[in-house]
Design a protein around this ligand. Structure first.
Ligand SMILES: [Zn+2]
Ligand SMILES: [Zn+2]
Length: 314
């Protein structure tokens, strides 16, 4: 009894160790490199560094009720993930092995090709990155377009201030859907490669992350959930900048349902939801003006933002 109470208590404080875990977005190294990148961009774009940083990351932001909700979701979702989601959903590797067995039973032995190890590494790393990024975009798109799913995704958009912790402010149902998406995508792609090639599959990783995700984290993925206005200029045609995700969080009518992308912005261009940050300005984050009564505490939004009517969105 005491043991399980102790385990539960340690689970609730575990999210605070994410800052020393390089597989987590809020790892100190990514926070630091992101800040340095922001300093460089803000300095080049002649913004006032001191006031931008105080406004974005000062105590007023961290102690804001919206940030408190972010922390509640961070802790709640972590406990839920460790105690229920991971044991029930399982890992993508066992999913891939089952799929591979099914493919062999149905179509006979695979292993059609063998390629050099570096070719396999390059192919699998790129395929996984592109497929993960596209399916993330697609699921995000449906969170906004489905009136029912929007109720749950609105928990993330109800944040009125942004900090790197806002990344973890997602409704538990959204977290379950995201975990399933990841399991299916990683598992299926792995199974296809295992079935088709004689090679062992592997990804090119740095600190346990796909090299592309590592680069995105290093170049400032954490800045997306801050008010530091960091745009990528011409490169926003290919990569989502922090400022573009801030536009995604903007409550202004013209910014609603724009910039769904995670890392690549080509999907937004294909789906007509791409807005570059140049000549844009975000005045307010959140759901103001959308006829939503956002509850000021975590428990009130436990079943989603229930004041949102389930009617077709524009
Ligand atoms: Zn969204
Ligand atoms: Zn966000």
């Amino acid at each position: 009894m005491m043991d399980s109470l102790f385990n539960f208590a340690s689970l609730t404080v575990e999210p605070f160790t994410f800052v020393v875990n390089p597989q987590k977005r809020i790892y100190w190294g990514y926070l630091l490199s992101g800040m340095l990148f922001a300093v460089l961009v803000l300095w080049l774009s002649k913004q006032n560094l001191r006031s931008a940083f105080v406004k974005a990351l000062g105590p007023k932001v961290w102690l804001h009720p919206s940030s408190m909700q972010d922390f509640h979701w961070l802790i709640f979702n972590h406990v839920l993930r460790v105690l229920i989601i991971v044991p029930v959903i399982g890992g993508s590797l066992s999913f891939a092995i089952h799929l591979n067995r099914f493919a062999i039973k149905t179509w006979g032995e695979g292993n059609f090709w063998q390629v050099a190890e570096w070719q396999m590494l390059a192919m699998f790393t790129c395929a996984l990155f592109v497929l993960e990024d596209f399916t993330r975009f697609l699921v995000h798109y449906f969170y906004h377009k489905s009136p029912l799913l929007w109720r749950f995704h609105a928990v993330h958009h109800a944040a009125t201030v942004l900090t790197p912790i806002t990344l973890y402010r997602i409704h538990w149902l959204e977290m379950i859907i995201n975990s399933l998406r990841s399991l299916i995508v990683v598992g299926t792609l792995s199974a296809v490669f295992i079935y088709c090639f004689e090679n062992r599959i592997s990804i090119y990783d740095v600190l346990g992350l796909n090299i592309f995700n590592f680069l995105a984290n290093t170049i400032g993925a954490n800045l997306r959930h801050t008010s530091l206005w960091v745009g990528f200029g011409y490169f926003e045609r290919w990569f989502v900048s922090p400022a573009q995700h801030q536009i995604h969080h903007s409550s202004a009518e013209k910014h609603i349902d724009k910039n769904f992308g995670a890392i690549l912005s080509i999907w937004d261009r294909l789906f007509n939801s791409w807005v570059p940050s140049r000549e844009q300005k975000v005045v307010q984050y959140g759901l103001a003006g959308q006829d939503v009564n956002v509850p000021e505490n975590f428990l009130a939004s436990f079943w989603g933002e229930s004041s949102i009517p389930i009617v077709k969105r524009k």
